[in-house]
Design a protein around this ligand. Structure first.
Ligand code: NOJ
Length: 585
C-alpha cells in the first residue's frame, strides 16, 4: 500500500454527524442493483431484453458484490410507458418471457445469494387493464368507475377538464371519455400518460386488489417491492385546482409536498398496512418507496418505523457535481433519516434521469429530470466519466443503502444524440419533442466490444432504415457508435476500468461494514471548503476534490483511487477525483 504524505492539518478536525447503526438488518446497508429488463440482455434475438437473458447473466451482478436486484416492470403491458402501464399485474409480458422464467430467475438468485425485488405500480394501471375497460363500459357513478377518478367536466357541456392539473409527461392530466356512438362523457384522471389512469385509493376494492398482487409475488419468492410513485396514491378530497405549477412540481422539478396530488397524510396508512403484510413473510422482504417528495425531510416520512424500509434519496440524485453540493445533501439526508431511525439511500442514476457521467460532464447544476432538452449541449464525455467515478467512489463508502443503475458500473453516458425517430418515451410525444424524454439513459448494455449489437442481442442490423424507410436497429434502442470502450468484456479484469473500481469499492465496503458505519466530516481549509470534502467512516477516510487544483491528503494508506494516478508523487489528490484511505484511529 502507498503511504500518503504528511497529514494536512486542515483535514484533521472532525464533526460526527451520523453514529453507526444499532440495527443490522440487511436493508440498512444494502447495495441494490437496478435491472431495466428491456436493456439488460436479449436471449431470443428479438432486440428486446428478457427474463431468461437476466437469469443467464445474473452471475455478473452477483460478482459485483450486491445484495439484491430490483427489476423494473416486466408485467403484461401495452408498453406505452415502457411497462409502467400494467394491464395484468400477475403475469409476465410475453416479450419478457413467462412466469416460469420468473421462477427460474428467483431460483438463480437464491443460488447466487441475490434477492429479487419487483417493481409495483399502484398509482395507475394501463387503460387496457380489465378493471379500467369495465369502468369505461359502466355508467357514471357505478362501482366500476369508483376504482378510478372519473369526473364530469367543467364549463359548457362539461367540455373543460375537472381541474387544472397537468400530466408529468406534459399536457392535461385528464382525458375525456366517449361512448360507443362517440358522444363525449366523463373525464378520467391520469397523472402520467392518458394510457395510465390513476386508481382511486380511497376505494377498499383497490386496496384489496393490491394486497392480492403483493401476496402473489411474495408467494413466488420476491424479496420485496420498489413502489412506483408512492407519494401520489391519495389525492386531496374534491381534487381541487392547484395554484402552483399545475403538474404539482416545484420550480426545480420536485413533486411539491403541498400539492393536492402528492404526500397526503392518508397515503401513509396504505404503507403501514403493507409493512404488516410483508412482515408476515420470512426473509426480511422490503418495501422501497419512490416517494419523490421534496425536501428530503419530507421524504423521511415514508420510512418511519412502521412504514417502508427505504425510500430513494432524490435530493442526492439531483445534487449538482461538487464537494459542497454533496456535503450539504449528505448532511441533511443523514439528519432527516436518522430522525426516524431509517437508513438513508444513495442514488446517482436510474432509468428516469440523465446518467451521472453525462450530467457531471455537462456541468449541469441542479436536478435534471426525465429528459430535459440536452441535445443542444455538448458533453465532455471524458470529464463526465472522471467525475462520475469520483462521485461513485464518494458514494460507495457512505453509511446506508446504495442503489446502482445497470450500466453505471461500466461508466455509461446517456445517448444524447439518439435520433428522434427511435424515441419511445411518451414525454417526447406529449411535449411535441420539447422534452426529449428518458430514452437516452435506457440504451441496451454493451457486453462484447466489436460484436453485433455489442453482444446485447443477436438480432442483425445496425442503426439504419429498411426499404420502407422505417428505422431499424439490432436492439429496441440503438447504441452509440463509440461504445466499444465501455463493453463489459473490455473492462473485466482491467484494474483501471470503471467496472473494477465498482467491484473493488463494493468489496471494501462489505469487508469494512461501511454500510452500517458512522460518518464524521473532516474540516477542510476555509479556502477550499467548496472544492474539497472529506469524511471518515470507521477506519476509512474518503476525500473528494472537485476543485481545479491538487489538494493535500490526511495521513493514511491508499485503499482506492477513482482513477489511476489520482494521487500525485507529492501525495496530493488531483482535481475531479476521490480516494479512500485507511487511517488508524
Ligand atoms: C416512475 C417511474 O420510474 C417512471 O419510469 C414512470 O414513467 C413513472 N413512475 C410512471 O409510472
Amino acid at each position: 500500500m502507498v503511504r500518503m504524505s504528511q497529514p494536512a492539518a486542515s483535514l484533521s478536525a472532525e464533526r460526527l454527524v451520523h453514529a453507526p447503526s444499532t440495527g443490522d438488518e440487511w436493508w440498512r446497508r444494502s447495495v441494490i442493483y437496478q435491472v431495466y429488463p428491456r436493456s439488460f440482455r436479449d436471449s431470443t434475438g428479438d432486440g428486446m431484453g428478457d427474463l431468461p437473458g437476466i437469469t443467464a447473466e445474473l452471475h455478473h451482478i452477483a460478482d459485483l458484490g450486491v445484495d439484491a436486484v430490483w427489476l423494473s416492470p416486466f408485467f403484461r403491458s401495452p408498453q406505452k410507458d415502457a411497462g409502467y402501464d400494467v394491464s395484468d399485474y400477475c403475469d409476465v409480458d410475453p416479450m419478457f418471457g413467462t412466469l416460469d422464467d420468473f421462477d427460474a430467475l428467483i431460483a438463480e438468485g437464491d443460488r447466487l445469494g441475490l434477492k429479487i425485488i419487483v417493481d409495483l405500480v399502484p398509482n395507475h394501471c394501463s387503460d387496457a387493464h380489465p378493471l379500467f375497460q369495465a369502468a369505461l363500459a359502466a355508467a357514471p357513478g357505478s362501482p366500476e368507475r369508483e376504482l378510478f377518478h372519473f369526473r364530469d367536466g367543467r364549463g359548457e357541456d362539461g367540455a373543460e377538464p375537472p381541474n387544472n392539473w397537468q400530466s408529468h409527461f406534459g399536457g392535461p392530466a385528464w382525458t375525456r371519455t366517449t361512448d360507443d356512438e362517440g358522444a363525449p362523457g366523463q373525464w378520467y384522471l391520469h397523472l402520467f400518460d392518458s394510457s395510465q389512469p390513476d386508481f382511486n385509493w380511497d376505494s377498499d376494492a383497490v386496496r384489496a386488489e393490491f394486497e392480492r398482487i403483493l401476496r402473489f409475488w411474495l408467494d413466488r419468492g420476491a424479496g420485496g417491492f420498489r413502489v412506483d410513485v408512492a407519494h401520489a396514491l391519495i389525492k386531496e378530497p374534491g381534487l381541487p385546482d392547484w395554484g402552483g405549477r399545475p403538474d404539482g412540481r416545484s420550480i426545480e422539478g420536485f413533486p411539491f409536498s403541498d400539492a393536492p396530488m402528492f404526500g397526503r397524510a392518508a397515503v401513509h396508512d396504505v404503507f403501514r398496512s403493507w409493512r404488516e403484510l410483508v412482515e408476515e413473510y420470512d426473509g426480511e422482504r422490503i418495501l422501497c418507496g419512490e416517494a419523490n417528495a421534496h425536501p428530503v425531510e419530507t421524504m423521511a416520512d415514508w420510512v418511519r418505523p412502521d412504514e417502508m424500509h427505504q425510500t430513494f434519496n432524490f435530493d442526492y440524485l439531483g445534487a449538482a457535481w461538487g464537494a459542497e453540493s454533496f456535503r450539504s445533501v449528505v448532511e441533511r439526508s443523514l439528519a432527516a433519516f436518522d430522525a426516524v431511525g431509517a437508513p438513508t439511500t444513495w442514488v446517482l442514476s436510474n432509468h428516469d434521469i440523465t446518467r451521472h457521467s453525462t450530467r457531471f460532464g455537462l456541468g449541469m447544476t441542479g436536478r435534471v429530470n426525465e429528459g430535459g432538452k440536452l441535445s443542444d449541449l455538448v458533453a465532455d464525455e471524458d470529464l463526465g466519466l472522471r467525475r462520475a467515478r469520483a462521485a461513485s467512489l464518494f458514494t460507495l463508502a457512505l453509511p446506508g443503502g446504495v442503489y446502482l443503475y445497470q450500466g453505471e458500473e461500466l461508466g455509461l453516458p446517456d445517448f444524447l444524440d439518439l435520433p428522434d425517430e427511435f424515441r419511445q418515451d411518451p414525454t417526447f410525444f406529449r411535449t411535441g419533442g420539447e422534452r426529449v424524454g428518458r430514452d437516452g439513459c435506457r440504451v441496451p448494455l454493451p457486453w462484447v466490444a466489436g460484436a453485433p449489437g455489442l453482444g446485447f442481442s443477436t438480432r442483425p442490423g445496425g442503426p439504419g432504415h429498411d426499404d420502407a424507410g422505417t428505422p431499424t436497429s439490432s436492439a429496441w434502442l440503438p447504441q452509440p457508435g463509440n461504445w466499444d470502450r465501455y463493453a463489459r468484456d473490455v473492462q473485466a479484469g482491467d484494474p483501471a476500468s470503471t467496472l473494477e473500481l465498482y467491484r473493488n469499492g463494493l468489496a471494501v465496503r462489505a469487508e469494512r461494514g461501511l454500510g452500517l458505519g458512522g460518518l464524521a466530516w473532516l474540516a477542510a481549509d476555509a479556502g477550499s471548503a467548496d472544492d474539497v470534502t472529506a469524511y471518515r467512516n470507521g477506519r476509512t477516510v474518503v476525500v473528494l476534490n472537485s476543485g481545479d487544483a491538487p489538494t493535500a491528503l490526511p495521513a493514511g494508506s491508499l485503499l482506492l483511487e477513482s482513477v489511476p494516478g489520482a494521487v500525485d508523487a507529492d501525495g496530493r489528490l488531483a482535481p475531479d477525483a476521490a480516494v479512500w484511505l485507511d487511517v488508524e484511529h
